[in-house]
Write a protein that binds this ligand. Structure first.
Ligand SMILES: NC(=O)c1ccc[n+]([C@@H]2O[C@H](COP(=O)([O-])OP(=O)(O)OC[C@H]3O[C@@H](n4cnc5c(N)ncnc54)[C@H](O)[C@@H]3O)[C@@H](O)[C@H]2O)c1
Length: 319
């Protein structure tokens, strides 16, 4: 049985990934420091929910990717076949407020983990990058072959820098590495500060929904099950070094998004018009030709269905 290390495994995407890995018969080690970016109890609940469903083989390790000794210990104790590196400080706006923390976790943390992987001869490393690396790219849809991209937030910059570190470790030490440019993931357990979750919660409570800009900004939203299918394909299909866009290759404007949530929730949003936020881009839009070709990636859940599923989860959640 293969053992997979998922860093950041208690979070939104990580918890879906290790649930899927367990379901497919992998043994999973989940490393997470349960940071306070959002309520750690939500992460504890993610882990508890899945542990009930799949009693094993699963090991939860509380620890920090910046702690080299701890990582070394972990790799000494376990034979790990592949690493999905998801642990990070996420979020564009908070990265402008505290860029040094983002640099520390996203960059030093990634480098520390790569160093330990090198030391233990790890051959498969999959890094959660972000569509934020594209910044205000004018060529749509965004392609991995666009080279003159400039992130416009410290968060995006740390993710791009992480990709560059990954390439150097592939080149120097022959590690098979994939960097996944994830386009706004959503679905059950989404981080509470992300737009879909936040808007649903505010509308449900009859509170004002802040709409930044005129509502015309567009995002390529990726339903969590589609994203996880793309990530799982790496285990069978990835070799060498590649960057993959994982999105739906469709865009939805902020106004359309609010309308969809209203429809599923059966409540009207009280819109609070706000100025556009620094660091936010006007569009994200993934060209997924490469992931389709190399990973057989085939996103299936469109926004109407995905928002319906999210709102159902939101209404039935236990808090
Ligand atoms: N959710 C998205 O739409 C999206 C889009 C692009 C990229 N990503 C990337 O995907 C990854 C997962 O995102 P998410 O939405 O699940 O976020 P999340 O915050 O829910 O998950 C990240 C997890 O990492 C953990 N963590 C943070 N710092 C750590 C550290 N120093 N050591 C160990 N664990 C630590 C957190 O406690 C959390 O559980 C992140 O790298 C994020 O940047 C997410």
């Amino acid at each position: 049985m293969k053992t997979i290390l998922v860093t950041g495994g208690a979070g939104f995407i990580g918890s879906h990934l290790y649930e899927k890995l367990l379901g497919e018969g992998y043994s999973v080690i989940c490393l997470d420091n349960f940071d306070s970016y959002y309520d750690p109890n939500l992460k504890i609940r993610n882990v508890e929910e899945i542990s009930k469903k799949y009693p094993g083989p699963f090991t939860m390790v509380t620890g920090d990717i910046r702690n080299r000794d701890h990582l070394t210990d972990l790799f000494k104790r376990s034979r790990i076949d592949a690493v999905f590196h998801l642990a990070a400080r996420a979020g564009v706006r908070p990265s402008i407020v505290d860029p040094l923390l983002y640099e520390d976790v996203n960059l030093r943390g990634t480098l520390t983990l790569l160093e330990v992987c090198k030391e233990f001869g790890m051959k498969n490393f999959f890094f959660a990058s972000s569509s934020s690396v594209y910044g205000e790219n004018q060529r749509v849809p965004f392609s991995e072959t666009d080279l003159d991209i400039q992130p416009i937030s410290p968060y995006g910059a740390t993710k791009r820098a992480g990709e560059l570190l990954c390439y150097s470790y592939h080149h120097l030490f022959g590690i098979h590495i994939a960097c996944l440019r994830i386009f706004t993931a959503y679905g059950p357990r989404q981080r509470p500060e992300m737009a879909i979750h936040k808007f649903t919660s505010l509308m449900d409570q009859g509170k004002e929904v802040p709409m930044y800009g005129d509502g015309s900004s567009k995002r390529d939203y990726t339903y969590i099950d589609d994203l996880i299918d793309g990530m799982m394909a790496l285990l069978q299909r990835h070799k060498g070094f590649e960057i993959y866009n994982l999105g739906e290759s469709r865009t939805t404007s902020l106004k359309e998004l609010i309308r969809m949530i209203e429809g599923c929730l059966g409540k009207k949003a009280k819109i609070l018009a706000m100025d556009p936020q620094p660091g936010d881009v006007s569009i994200t839009y993934a060209d997924i030709t490469k992931a389709k070709r190399l990973l057989n990636y085939q996103p299936k859940i469109g926004m109407e269905e995905g928002i319906k599923r999210f709102v159902e989860w939101y209404k039935n959640r236990s808090d």
